[in-house]
Design a protein around this ligand. Structure first.
Ligand code: F6R
Length: 365
């Protein structure tokens, strides 16, 4: 079952090219320059009437929702809000009939997410699911949705389900965008770029040894900071969650600009900062944040894009991802962070597939 891998987590990290290929299979329509998501059970007329989207989930699933928020807003210009399922269910959030709620859950059994689904349904909302487990409770109780098709995920730390969720949000953003502001030319360009993702993930994975060396160098860190902006903000949160879940190192994820609003007080030579700074619209802003951290003697690990000739002079360690649109970069930048958590846990001798105090599926509230 492990196929020669020492842990499920590593196997599932390496499953990702296949998992995202499965998530996009049959759903890309190059001719019409759009995505096809028949499981939503909504016709174009109904999709066009959506005025607002609310995304609910827990842990990693919520982080995928945050990336989804930026994707949908930028491609479809629709207001999106992401909430912890556990908060949403007790909040009295004003919702109306033009709002669609998406519940994101790998297992489809998370108690808080299920409760949020039921509360939104009670309020008369159309609730759709983004689930991995076919026939799970959330998949059954929603009016429709999108299956991730990531295959079974056994490791407690979610990996391939995250990249599949982000891919599903990308497809959703293309679909909703093409009904609104996205031209056929732009849609086609995006679809061609999405088709390249599995091979690009494979190329990132083939360089796992570079990440292993970085992980071994920083494994005794007291704490770690994960920083990213815009499309990379959710990835900063996810990188920190992976690190704390399986290594027990205190790790925090923040929007990079929040550094100067308090977080930078933590920086010293024992606390590395991991910056997500691929080539995108906020690259220069990230570079100034890196300089601020370096000025306080904080070690910097940068996840940047191939061809970046500035970052090497600033950061202590650099891992380069293939060049791609900033919309697609989250799927590539999260992979080195999963590997960083994995190899750090390995060098600390942690129980990687069964970290302390955690369960794969949280069916209690
Ligand atoms: C993180 C992790 C958890 C889950 C969360 C939601 O690695 O595994 O944070 O993401 O418990 O689980 P699902 O997606 O099954 O609803």
């Amino acid at each position: 079952e492990l196929g020669g891998y020492p842990h499920y987590m590593l196997k599932e990290i390496f499953d990702q090219p296949e998992a995202i290929r499965n998530a996009m299979r049959g759903r890309l329509d190059l001719e019409e320059a759009t995505a096809k998501l028949g499981g939503l059970n909504m016709n174009p007329h109904q999709l066009l009437r959506i005025q607002r989207i609310v995304i609910v989930g827990c842990g990693t699933a919520r982080h995928a929702g945050i990336v989804g928020e930026y994707l949908i807003e930028s491609l479809a210009h629709l207001p999106v809000e992401v909430d912890y399922a556990s908060e949403f269910r007790y909040r009295n959030a004003p919702l109306d009939g033009e709002t669609v709620v998406f519940a994101v859950s790998q297992s489809g059994e998370t108690a808080d997410t299920l409760a949020a689904v039921r509360e939104a349904k009670r309020k008369g909302m159309r609730v759709l699911g983004i689930c991995n487990q076919v026939g799970s409770t959330i998949a059954r109780e929603t009016e429709g949705g999108v299956y991730m098709h990531a295959g079974p995920e056994i490791g407690v730390a979610a990996t391939k389900s995250f990249t599949s969720q982000v891919l599903v949000f990308l497809l959703l953003a293309v679909l909703l965008g093409r009904l609104r502001y996205l031209s056929a030319r732009q849609g086609k360009k995006l679809i061609e770029a999405i088709e390249k993702l599995p091979d690009q993930v494979t190329s990132v994975l083939s360089r796992h040894k570079e990440i292993r060396a970085i992980a071994e160098k920083y494994a005794d860190a007291e704490a770690m900071l994960f920083l990213g902006r815009q499309f990379q903000y959710g990835i900063a949160l996810e990188g920190a969650l992976k690190m704390k879940e399986i290594t027990y190192i205190r790790a925090e994820g923040h929007p990079a600009a929040e550094l100067k609003h308090g977080v930078i007080a933590l920086v010293d030579e024992r606390i590395p900062s991991i910056f997500l700074c691929p080539q995108d619209g906020v690259y220069d802003k990230n570079v100034s944040n890196i300089a601020e951290v370096k000025a306080r003697r904080g070690p910097v690990i940068a996840i940047a894009s191939e061809g970046d000739d500035r970052i090497g002079k600033l950061a202590d360690d650099v891992f380069l991802i293939p060049q791609c649109s900033e919309l697609l970069a989250p799927i590539l930048t999260v992979v080195p962070l999963q590997l960083l958590a994995y190899y750090t846990a390995l060098s600390l001798g942690r129980d990687i597939d069964k970290p302390r105090n955690l369960a794969k599926s949280v069916t209690v509230e």
